[in-house]
Structure formats: structure tokens, C-alpha cells
Ligand binder design. Structure first.
Ligand code: NAD
Length: 407
């Protein structure tokens, strides 16, 4: 993943006419922190924080708890965060963190201990003006609330701007839970608008009806009633119905921890791999990374693939899809709604205010629609895929900031 990310950046750098030194200055991370977290009972876990680039503002990026987390993965994700924040025009840099732990093997006290010790190790390197982490895979507002509390205890900082993705009661932003799914709707709509297809009927399938996938569907239901969800899956079961699936009802079922396997409404049950090959206009990938690879790319019938998870389409699969005239809407752009509202949360904390959800959504729309339009323009100008265009856009913005910084 790291090599592919760096290869993409070097290719983009050449296209923009940058010299090797300028490209390597962007590829290199500013700082890498690698340490061990030892619990009172003796268990030890490897932990990381990579701070990739802060020329545009404090480092920003999630912390994941996953047994397979390693330094290279965190490096790659930190690099992509710098490109994501730059591509959508946020005054933030890029970072990422992780602990190589399976949180399901920990009791709540141990989980809290890991979270607080992570902050203790990094205390002098993070903070509202240095590095502002957020939740990621297997971390959530409850974990972030512990982290903020620990940071406050250690430093006396009461702004709550040290982390984003907090619970609403502890300074989180309204609209943060829906932001990534809502962002996906905004980006897809901008693309369709540019192609004169926004008002036409459209069918879609969602892989991964969790937080992101379910908000994509419920926001789409309100904002684009001409979009019809005909298939959706959780980790075990996919549902399909030619007459359309009820987005809100399925979102309510999932909110109550229900399983699609037990869904009694009008739908046929199929496998997850069958869902990927459905004959729909848009395939929304909102579960995991690397789900479309060279093995199954030829089974995709959708005209657009929306990457709401991070890296769900492998690079080789991406090339196969583009050759088949299937447009991949890249993660850097399609799932940036989350980091945009994280930025808005940080802004609210710093001013001591909490905005109504309408204001948050309006700001989200402004950032994302503008970013989507520029990525589309770059893709037309350089005749490249949207993925390359998003990297090019990020690189343009980053090199500009780097130059200003070096003056
Ligand atoms: P989530 O855990 O709420 O939802 C994931 C969903 O995917 C669940 O419904 C799960 O059952 C399903 N799933 C898991 N394995 C599957 C499989 N093999 N096939 C089909 N479905 C499967 O997580 P989320 O917050 O919705 O995040 C989804 C993805 O989006 C993750 O990859 C995450 O890294 C990425 N992402 C999330 C955010 C955010 O703001 N939450 C921001 C950017 C990217």
C-alpha cells in the first residue's frame, strides 16, 4: 500500500513537472513515532503515529485499533490524509495512528487503559495546534472521549480541540455521524451534474450498510428521490429487490444491531460477491479495503464505483475498470466528508461554539462540491482518471503550501 501510494505521487509529480527533490520532500513523512503500550496485566501492543505533512496546518488523521496495523500501513494512510486534506482545501495536514491490538479481546477497562496510555506516550507531539487525531477502524467517540480526558488531565487544555470525533456531549459536532455518507452523496451528485445526468433515474447497490453506507442511503433518499437502492449488504448477507429497498427501515434495523439475515421484508437474499456484480448504475463500496481486485473486477456491471471505504478498489482493478469505461470515484474525494466535518468540529471547539446541523451540512457541501468540481476539471485537462486527478489536485495544493513555507 505504501509503495503504491508513493508511486502514484511520484507519477503525479512528474506530470506537474516537479523535480525529484521537490517530489521526495512531499513523499517523506515529517515524523514517525513507534512505541509500545504495556497494560497493568503485562500485555504489550505496538503503537504508531506518523505525522506526514503539516505545511497547511496541524496533522489530522484517525487512530485505528487493529491486530494487523503496522508502520508501513500507517505511513501510507498518513500520506493519503495529507493529500485528502489538501485536495478538499482544508487548512490541515496529514497524519495517522494505530495500535496493533484486537479490541474484541479486551474488556472495557483494558480498552480505556490502551486509549489513555496511547495519549500519554504522544502527549508532547499532539494537541490542538500540532496534531489532532480522530477515530478510525475500531475506534469510536467513547474511545476519543477517554483520549481527550487524558490529554486534558496531562496538559490542562480544556478546549476539547485536541481530538475530533467526540461524543456530542463532550464537544463533538452535529452532523459528524452522517458526514462521510452525506459527502459521498454530494460528490456523486456533482459528477452526475457535470455529465447532465443528475435528474435521471439511477439504481445503486451498497456494500457495507454500516455507519457510512446507511447514511449514504438515507441522505440520498431525501436529497435524490430519483436514486433507488436495489441492493445492500452487511458482513454476512446481501439483500436485493428490483422494486427498491427501504433505506430508512434498513438503517433503523442496523441502528438496533439487527442483521440482514433476519430481515423479513420484501427482498431476495444473495451473497456479498453476487452483490458486487449487480446490474446497477452505481456500486457504493462502504465496507473494507481491497474488495475489488483483478480477480473480480471483470464481474462489475455498474457504470460508477464510489469508494467510500479507504482503498476498496485495488490499483490493478482500478485500471481494469477504467479500461471497461467504469468510473471509479476515488476515496480521497468520495469519503472526505468525514475529515471536513472533523475540521468543522475543531473550529467549533476553538471558538467555544456548537453549530446547528444545518450550518455544518452547508459548510460540508461548500468544501466538497468545490473539490469535486476541481478534480473533474483536472481529470479533463490532463486526460487522467479521477483517482489520478485527485492526487494531482492534492499535490498542486501541497506544493504551493510547501513553497510558501520555504520562502
Ligand atoms: P462500520 O463498521 O459502521 O460499517 C461497516 C459495514 O460493513 C458493516 O455493516 C459491516 O457489517 C459491513 N461489512 C464488514 N465486512 C463486510 C464484507 N466483507 N462484506 C460486506 N459488508 C461487510 O464502519 P463505517 O464507519 O461505516 O466505515 C466503513 C468504511 O469507510 C471503513 O472502511 C472506514 O475505514 C471507511 N471510512 C469511514 C469514515 C467514517 O467517517 N466513518 C471516513 C472515511 C472512511
Amino acid at each position: 500500500m505504501l509503495q503504491t501510494t508513493q508511486k502514484l505521487i511520484r507519477q503525479a509529480g512528474k506530470k506537474l513537472g516537479l523535480d525529484d527533490e521537490a517530489i521526495e520532500a512531499i513523499v517523506r513523512a515529517n515524523a514517525e513515532h513507534e512505541f509500545k503500550i504495556t497494560l497493568a496485566d503485562g500485555q504489550t501492543f505496538k503503537a504508531y503515529r506518523v505525522q506526514h505533512n503539516n505545511k497547511r496546518g496541524p496533522y489530522k488523521g484517525g487512530i485505528r485499533f487493529h491486530p494487523e496495523v503496522d508502520l508501513d500501513e500507517v505511513r501510507a494512510l498518513a500520506t493519503l490524509m495529507s493529500f485528502k486534506t489538501a485536495a478538499v482545501g482544508l487548512p490541515l495536514g496529514g497524519g495517522k495512528g494505530g495500535v496493533a491490538v484486537d479490541p474484541r479481546q479486551l474488556n472495557p477497562e483494558q480498552l480505556e487503559e490502551v486509549s489513555r496510555k496511547y495519549v500519554r506516550h504522544l502527549e508532547s507531539h499532539i494537541g490542538p495546534d500540532k496534531d489532532v487525531p480522530a477515530p478510525d477502524v475500531n475506534t469510536n467517540p467513547a474511545i476519543i472521549d477517554w483520549m481527550v480526558d487524558e490529554y486534558e488531565r496531562l496538559t490542562g487544555d480544556t478546549t476539547k480541540a485536541s481530538f475530533t470525533g467526540k461524543s456530542i456531549e463532550k464537544g463533538g459536532s452535529k452532523g459528524r455521524d452522517a458526514a462521510t455518507g452525506r459527502g459521498g452523496v454530494i460528490v456523486l451528485a456533482e459528477l452526475l451534474k457535470a455529465q447532465g445526468k443528475l435528474e435521471k433515474p439511477l439504481t445503486y447497490a451498497v456494500q457495507g450498510f454500516g455507519n457510512v453506507g446507511s447514511f449514504f442511503a438515507t441522505v440520498a433518499l431525501k436529497d435524490h428521490p430519483n436514486w433507488q437502492m436495489v441492493a445492500a449488504s452487511d458482513s454476512a448477507t446481501a439483500l436485493v429487490s428490483k422494486n427498491g429497498l427501504p433505506a430508512q427501515e434498513l438503517a433503523d434495523l442496523k441502528a438496533k444491531r439487527g442483521r440482514f439475515a433476519n430481515y423479513a421484508g420484501e427482498a431476495q437474499k444473495i451473497t456479498n460477491s453476487e452483490l458486487l456484480g449487480q446490474d446497477v448504475d452505481v456500486l457504493v463500496l462502504a465496507a473494507l479495503g481491497n474488495v475489488i481486485t483483478e480477480e473480480n473486477a471483470h464481474t462489475i456491471k455498474a457504470k460508477y464505483v464510489l469508494e467510500l471505504a479507504n482503498g476498496p478498489v485495488s490499483d490493478t482493478a482500478g485500471e481494469i475498470l477504467e479500461k471497461a469505461d467504469i468510473t471509479v470515484v476515488p476515496d480521497i474525494l468520495a469519503n472526505a466528508g468525514g475529515v471536513i466535518v472533523s475540521y468543522l468540529e475543531w473550529t467549533q471547539n476553538r471558538s467555544g461554539k456548537q453549530w446547528p446541523e444545518e450550518k455544518v451540512n452547508k459548510e460540508l457541501y461548500k468544501y466538497l462540491s468545490k473539490a469535486a468540481q476541481s478534480v473533474l476539471k483536472i481529470s479533463q485537462r490532463y486526460k487522467v482518471s479521477l483517482k489520478e486527478a485527485a492526487i494531482l489536485r492534492g499535490l498542486q495544493v501541497l506544493t504551493q503550501s510547501q513553497r510558501l513555507h520555504n520562502r
